[in-house]
Each structure stands twice: as C-alpha cells, then as structure tokens.
Design a protein around this ligand. Structure first.
Ligand code: ZN
Length: 76
C-alpha cells in the first residue's frame, strides 16, 4: 500500500501514478484520479452524442407529425 493513495471519489486505493489534482470552479484543489477525469470526459462525449441523437429524433418526429396533420385521411 506504500505507493497508493486512497481515492475518496472512487472509495478505493489507486497507485500514486493515477493521482490527479483538479481545481474546481471555486479555485479549490481536490484530490482526484485519472479514472474520474477520464469518466468525466467520457460522459461529456456520450452526452454530446446522445443529445445529437435526440435532436435528430425530434426533427424526424416533428416532420412525421406535420406530414400526418397535413393528411386528413390518415388513420393511426
Ligand atoms: Zn479514483
């Protein structure tokens, strides 16, 4: 356990090489780790991709709805 530190964010020990000091928006320095940093970046990318998918789906849906409302004979 000599070369490890306890990560409060993960709740477990990591090697010192995985230690990362992050600075919060308030300027506070917090102990973090590469796992948290990577997870945060990954989540952001996933969220961006998901947001794009939702936007595309909404576009397609509104197009579909307007098509249906134009057609008076449409029965679901
Ligand atoms: Zn960690």
């Amino acid at each position: 356990m000599e070369d490890q530190f306890y990560c409060l964010r993960c709740g477990k020990y990591h090697p010192q090489s995985e230690k990362v000091i992050i600075t919060t928006a308030k300027g506070e320095r917090r102990l973090s780790c590469v796992h948290r940093v990577n997870a945060k970046q990954g989540n952001q990318a996933t969220r961006d991709a998901f947001g794009k998918t939702v936007t595309e789906r909404n576009k397609a849906l509104s197009k579909e709805i307007s098509k249906r409302s134009i057609n008076p004979n449409h029965k679901p």
